[in-house]
Design a protein around this ligand. Structure first.
Ligand SMILES: Cc1cc2nc3c(=O)[nH]c(=O)nc-3n(C[C@H](O)[C@H](O)[C@H](O)COP(=O)(O)O)c2cc1C
Length: 280
């Protein structure tokens, strides 16, 4: 009996359509053989990124944009969030233009937080192969940063074993929602420090929503001042222009990620990223 795929939700349909649109755009962008990154290359977490601009998780869940991502000005694509039940994405190596391939992992929505660690460790085992780095996504129902930091510590231990086996490092990033960081400076630094102590290489500071996005640069400055400079700060949330991306980088982020601005039916952001390159 042939299996019938469940109908796509409007959100999933919109995401698929946005990915297809960018795939088409990637084929039309003429780099003239010049695939240099708009903002110039950066090194972070022991990896070389051709550009600090990345595609945030949830946009291209299966990595369909990886082949054209360098033409669109991206230095990284973060696929997922994948849970243990998801099939392994098919990945062609090496990815064109040296685009870094991040995998966001998390627990399925129906799984209780008491079982989140088990689910995340299973996802890490399943999806680390081929990934340049892995991001832990706390999801919406994580009870506290302390619980997530404990999960991150367990993931970092497993990561150390996997990295030894695959004979190359596997940087681990933790996504931190702004609500965990928006009280006073000392508490925000305390939260960030707990993840560094857990063995995390990067903090993906998510300033989702207008109010959080307005405070993003202040938060990044504070964290950059307080944390060990080897910890990579990645900024996501409210980046909708080249100027905003530059402001986040100037405030202390080494990498930035974009999501919603690319869902808009307007390729101008991508073109603007490209134009900056050429005029520099
Ligand atoms: C439709 C949609 C799906 C998303 N799915 C995920 C996801 O699966 N995993 C994740 O870590 N973040 C997910 N996000 C959050 C984005 O990665 C990003 O952190 C957030 O949208 C803020 O960035 P933006 O202001 O550029 O959109 C999703 C966001 C949107 C709008």
């Amino acid at each position: 009996m042939p299996t019938v795929a469940p109908p796509l939700t409007p959100r999933a349909l919109r995401a698929r359509w946005a990915v297809a649109r960018l795939q088409r755009l990637a084929t039309r962008i003429d780099c003239g053989g010049d695939t240099t990154a708009p903002f110039g290359p950066v090194s972070a977490m022991g990896l070389h990124f051709a550009s600090p601009i990345g595609l945030a998780a949830g946009f291209d869940r299966r990595g369909r944009l990886l082949e054209g991502a360098h033409r669109l000005g991206f230095g990284a694509v973060e696929i997922g969030t994948l849970t243990p039940a998801d099939p392994r994405p098919v990945l062609v190596r090496p990815v064109a233009g040296g685009v870094r391939f991040g995998v966001s992992i998390g627990k399925p929505r129906h799984v209780d937080w008491d079982d989140a660690e088990h689910a995340c460790l299973r996802a890490l085992r399943s999806f680390h192969a081929g990934a340049d780095y892995v991001t832990l996504n706390p999801g919406r129902d994580c009870p506290s940063p302390a619980r997530f930091a404990a999960l991150a510590a367990a993931a970092a231990q497993l990561r150390d074993r996997l990295a030894r086996r695959r004979r190359r490092p596997l940087p681990l990033v933790a996504k931190l929602p702004a609500r965990w960081l928006d009280s006073d400076a000392a508490s925000a630094i305390g939260v960030a420090d707990a993840f560094v102590a857990a063995g995390i290489d990067g903090l993906l500071v998510s300033t989702e929503g207008a109010r959080a996005a307005r405070n993003a640069c202040r938060l990044l400055c504070m964290l950059a001042d307080a944390l060990d400079p080897r910890v990579c700060l990645i900024s996501v949330g409210g980046i909708d222009s080249v100027d905003e991306a530059e402001a986040r980088l100037a405030a202390g982020a080494t990498l930035v990620q974009i999501h919603r601005a690319l869902l808009a039916h307007d390729p101008r952001l991508i073109r603007a990223l490209g134009r900056r390159t050429r005029s520099r």
